[in-house]
Design a protein around this ligand. Structure first.
Ligand code: TNX
Length: 501
């Protein structure tokens, strides 16, 4: 279709730049794009040349081209007639760690970046310029790519989603699928909410009852289960190959009933007197209430528990961060707890993240806070991950009245526009992240429906500078992604404001 439209304009003597020709829909919108009025035609045989350090990128590109008629082969070298991958650390000065240049001319497609992450993103952009059919099967008809020169780098370093695997469990298969989709839109942090009242989802070898007992529950109708440390590591490796860092959250000192049930000595009395779980012997919790369980902050043993658990999680985590939750809890000793937990995390060589409440404690500025309801004034004291519920809580309805959604933050839910038009103004903001809490998200299909397409809007908030954003333009580009999302098997919500193709 592109070739036809382009040809027509050619004859009229218009350049693609000036014309209204439908351009490939790239999301997130790159920093600088200059379309030319000519093509690159994919040959039947194509070489992918790469230099030292770009081997993995060459493999990715080769894999992408397998879905076209071309027979591609990889070769170490430069300036090939075909595809060139150039890893050049010196480019970090101009492109940053994740930026790239993508240049499509008459006989070459050049991709360059300072890191493999940058090359990976250049390939994702190229993937969006190639016909959508490559997501589905081999494209056999001739492929002509519009010539273009793109220079791109992200606005923010933190572009994340959060999956609550505690209320309802999501295992390695879904998590990996989710990672693939995130990577396509240049999202780079996957926060896993691994523990809560309803379930404990990560194996801790020195505290086996956490999973023996604590993983058996879930919200009513939700799945239970847990990740073994091996599975966790495998997911992490899968993510790292796609420039995604796994951010594990162990939510303490509240939201902790699954652990209290396994180790009742962490509670102040026996469990029979904590609401809403008044039961002897203790039962699993399948409800929705929040803010009712907590560690007994007067007992020094809880710090041994925290050290052991965070120690094992730190050991299997390659990323720099440990999220300690810290939300929705009232206790005289809360601040003291947060400071101690932070120093445990620092002792493990990681950076602490907590929900915005943690900033009530006098933690230093290496601590990152995640803003969610904006009620904690002190949140501005630290670097901020922006997850304000009215724009980024995707467990909320896509449209007013959608069933099985939490709408405590905003009665009408969180629309695509609420997400897209969020403006980052606080200079401490390091990026954005969208959580899907799963009290009411009980299946893979439902999780897809909540994440997509709003995560695509958020990806553009995280990547693209305000001056290059435009909601109507975004809606058009998003419509053109429909086919790709279908091919990727995403059960996305068909937002009525979008003309899906
Ligand atoms: C608030 S936001 C929570 C979660 C709930 C969610 C439901 C935050 C840090 N905690 O425990 O699942 O609302 O929307």
């Amino acid at each position: 279709r592109f070739s036809l439209v382009f040809l027509m304009f050619f004859q009229l003597g218009l350049s693609a730049q000036e014309s209204n020709i439908e351009k490939p829909a790239i999301i997130p919108q790159p920093a600088e794009v200059e379309w030319k009025d000519d093509f690159f035609t994919l040959q039947e045989r194509t070489v992918v040349c790469f230099n030292t350090g770009a081997e993995a990128s060459a493999a990715w590109l080769h894999r992408l081209l397998q879905n076209t008629y071309t027979q591609s082969y990889t070769m170490k070298g430069d300036n090939c007639n075909g595809f060139n991958l150039n890893l050049n650390p010196e480019l970090e000065e101009t492109l940053g760690k994740e930026g790239y240049n993508l240049d499509i001319s008459s006989s070459t497609v050049n991709l360059e970046a300072a890191t493999e992450a940058g090359l990976f993103y250049a390939i994702q952009t190229l993937r969006q310029i190639l016909p959508a059919g490559i997501e589905n099967e081999k494209v056999l008809e001739e492929i002509q790519l519009p010539q273009v020169s793109i220079t791109d780098s992200p606005r923010f370093a933190w572009r994340g989603t959060m999956l609550d695997v505690a209320r309802s469990f999501f295992g390695p298969d879904y998590i990996k699928k989710h990672i693939d989709r995130m990577a396509f839109y240049k999202l780079n942090k996957l926060h896993l909410h691994l523990t809560d009242d309803q379930g404990w989802r990560i194996e801790i070898k020195q505290k086996p009852k956490l999973t023996e007992l604590g993983s058996k529950g879930a919200v009513k109708g939700g799945r239970s289960g847990f990740l073994t440390q091996e599975e966790y590591k495998e997911i992490q490796e899968y993510a790292a190959a796609r420039n995604i860092v796994i951010v594990p959250e162990i939510d303490i000192p509240g939201h902790i009933y699954a652990a209290l049930m396994a180790y009742p000595e962490l509670n102040c009395d026996d469990l029979s007197n904590i609401e809403p779980k008044r039961a002897t012997p203790p039962q699993l919790f399948h409800g929705y209430e929040v803010g009712w369980s907590k560690f007994c902050l007067d007992k020094p043993e809880i710090y041994d528990f925290v050290s052991t658990v965070l120690g094992e999680v730190a050991e299997i985590t390659t990323g720099d961060y440990l999220h300690i939750g810290g939300d929705e809890i009232e206790d005289e000793r809360y601040k003291e707890f947060v400071i101690k937990a932070d120093s445990i995390v620092q002792g493990l060589g990681k950076t602490t993240i907590g929900w915005e409440e943690v900033t009530q404690a006098a933690v230093d500025t290496t601590f990152i806070s995640q803003r969610w309801n904006g009620k904690t004034k002190s949140v501005v004291k630290t670097p901020i991950i922006e997850s304000i519920c009215s724009s980024f809580y995707f467990d909320h309805a896509n449209v007013p009245g959608q069933e099985m959604t939490n709408n405590w933050c905003q009665e009408r839910g969180v629309s695509l526009k609420d997400t897209y038009t969020f403006k980052v103004t606080n200079p401490n903001t390091i990026g954005v992240e969208a959580p899907v809490w799963t009290e009411m998200v009980l299946s893979d299909e439902a999780a897809d429906d909540r994440f997509w397409p709003r995560s695509i809007a958020m990806a553009e908030v995280g990547w693209t500078k305000d001056e290059n954003k435009d909601y109507n333009g975004f809606l058009k580009r998003l419509g053109a992604q429909g086919l790709r999302l279908d091919f990727m098997d995403v059960n996305y919500f068909r937002s009525p404001e979008v003309e899906w193709n």
